[in-house]
Design a protein around this ligand. Structure first.
Ligand code: HEM
Length: 541
């Protein structure tokens, strides 16, 4: 690969040389007359301009030949639609990028290039190319391409946006060990149980009235993650006040991370922050920061005031924050905050949005809902409540989740990657630092890979369970990404979603309000949610 980047540099040098040379000829030509007259006074001098011109032409031809030789050995950039000078394809982007990219890939193929201001953006939409990038060349493509907003919200280095390196590896390992490993998840199961039972009470109190499912699920997942993170959750009053504010802040954060920003596309203008994206992000971060500071402070005080006895009492039931503050992890204060932020921003919106889509599909397909309830009755029993240990036996519900993630991946373009050196994929050059997107939304609806791809048919995963594994080895199905940067929260997300949904279905009957219709349109974003919030009425069973 080093040679590819050398050839690109060389070809740039030759280009520069050629343009300098032509400028020189042009300047010489335009300033010709005043010395031409002088020279033509004797015959020897009359030959000189002809010789100079011939020599220049020969150099020009030679340089052109060299350029041709080198540039033809460097693979071209991927094909893509023509753009305007300076702005490139920016003016032509459509709002629903995943659909727009799918349309373009029908014209330009499964790897295409867009020029967005100064940024080269490559979109991949075939499983075989996704495999090449995310498996065969994963080491080179495991950097992110963080936007200005993302950089402003990482406390100097988090998991989601840091480049592949020792600090990123360390943070990721700590998150997985202290929160996502089987031991940690088993240890925190009481927290989830209490929060899910609290949710049942809340929904019970609203039985017979319309509920905003996305909002209710966000609050439930938020409470679950809060409990797992620092042992506390919101009481009923705060759930409404703080919880809803929390949702707005997370919504806005996720929006700003993915929002088109002039500062990202024209880095020279970044310091002006023309759209105010950076300052808005910093303001949002300060909202989180105040909360994190007070939690960390009170936890440190607890430690100082006889924490050791308390630790013994808690045994293995320590929360995530406690583990992060443990001296063994040797994390800086900013790294602790960055991990907390990753957990909240990575875990809440994605999970609650997936539950909302899943419930919408069940309401759209009553026969599938009935089948799921029947399975629950058989596995859990009519008079028992769902427990986490039931989940591994709920195969049909598991297939429903997979089918939901296939049709409605929370992150339809994953999180952008960026090669650390210039790479060649499928005979095309992907320059160092370009933004690489994977249109998993399109791949998961590809008729070549899926029968009746637009239909919601969980049975497809019952027939072929391997098709729906989440580890990123089946490149037709990548809702959690793949390779080194695959989502580290899969095990928790799977547990929370299945536990919450099975409880909702086992405890309540669900209907949409009389006289309304379901609208399953999407609102595109880094996290793609339902355009119209799902409203449904629970009836206690
Ligand atoms: C349905 C739920 C979820 C979905 C669909 C989802 C999806 C994803 C995807 C597609 C990526 C990018 C992967 C790639 O680049 O290959 C990602 C990254 C990430 N996710 Fe999740 N996620 C979910 C839940 C969670 C949860 C519960 C957490 C933590 C509590 C979490 C934390 C993260 C983090 C920290 C990253 C960045 C990883 C890195 O860059 O190394 N996610 N997620």
């Amino acid at each position: 690969m080093a040679s590819t980047s050398f050839e690109l540099d060389l070809s740039n040098m030759i280009s520069n040389f050629l343009s300098e040379l032509s400028r020189f000829i042009f300047v010489s030509w335009t300033s010709w007359p005043w010395w031409w007259d002088g020279l033509t006074k004797n015959s020897t001098s009359r030959v000189t301009p002809t010789l100079v011109a011939a020599a220049l032409l020969a150099i020009l031809l030679y340089a052109w030949l060299i350029k041709k030789t080198f540039t033809s050995s460097v693979p071209p950039l991927p094909p893509g639609p023509p753009g305007l000078p300076l702005l490139g394809n920016l003016p032509f982007l459509e709002h629903d990028l995943h659909r727009y990219f799918a349309k373009l890939s029908e014209i330009y193929g499964p790897i295409l290039k867009l020029q967005l201001g100064r940024k080269v953006c490559v979109v991949i939409s075939s499983p075989s190319l996704a495999k090449q990038v995310l498996k065969d060349h994963d080491a080179f493509f495991s950097n992110r391409d963080p936007t200005v907003a993302a950089i402003a919200s990482t406390y100097g280095g988090d998991i989601a946006w840091s480049p592949n390196g020792p600090e990123w590896r360390k943070l990721r390992k700590i998150l997985i060990q202290e929160m996502m490993s089987r031991t940690s998840l088993d240890a925190s199961h009481t927290f989830r149980r209490q929060e899910v039972q609290k949710m049942v009470k809340e929904v019970y109190a609203k039985a017979g009235t319309p509920i905003n499912i996305g909002e209710q699920m966000f609050l439930t997942i938020l409470n679950v993650i809060m409990r797992m993170t620092w042992g506390g959750s919101l009481n009923e009053e705060d759930t409404i006040r703080v919880g809803i504010q929390f949702r707005q802040v997370v919504d806005e954060f996720v929006y700003l991370w993915g929002a088109p920003n002039i500062s990202d596309l024209f880095p020279a203008l970044a310091r002006f922050d023309l759209q105010g994206v950076e300052s808005k992000t910093k303001k949002l971060l300060s909202w989180f920061d105040r909360m994190f500071e007070s939690l960390i402070e009170s936890r440190t005080k607890d430690h100082q005031a006889g924490g050791e006895n308390k630790e013994e009492e808690k045994g293995s039931n320590k929360d995530f924050l406690e583990n992060l503050l443990d001296d063994k992890t040797s994390l800086s204060l900013n790294q602790v905050k960055a991990l907390l932020l990753d957990t909240f921003l990575g875990g809440t919106h994605t999970t609650s949005t997936t539950i909302e889509w899943l419930m919408a599909e069940l309401l759209q397909h009553p026969e599938i809902m009935r089948k799921a309830c029947k399975e629950l009755q058989e596995v859990v029993g009519k008079d028992n409540i769902v427990e986490e240990f039931h989940i591994s036996k709920l195969h049909y519900l598991d297939a429903i989740l997979k089918e939901t993630l296939r049709l409605h991946p929370a992150l339809p373009l994953l999180v952008p990657r960026s090669p650390c050196t210039t790479q060649t994929i499928s005979e095309y050059t992907i320059p160092k630092g370009s933004r690489v997107l994977f249109n998993v939304w399109a791949m998961q609806r590809d008729p070549e890979a899926w029968d009746n791809p637009l239909e919601f048919q969980p049975e497809r995963f019952m027939r072929n369970a391997g098709k729906g594994e989440y580890k990123g080895n089946n490149y037709n199905f990548l809702p959690f990404g793949s390779g080194r940067r695959i989502c580290p929260g899969i095990s928790l997300a799977e547990k929370m979603i299945l536990y919450v949904v099975s409880t909702l279905l086992h405890s309540f009957e669900w209907n949409i309000p009389h006289g309304t219709t379901l609208d399953l349109s999407e609102e595109f974003g880094l996290v793609t949610k339902m355009q119209e919030p799902l409203i449904a009425i629970p009836i206690a069973k």
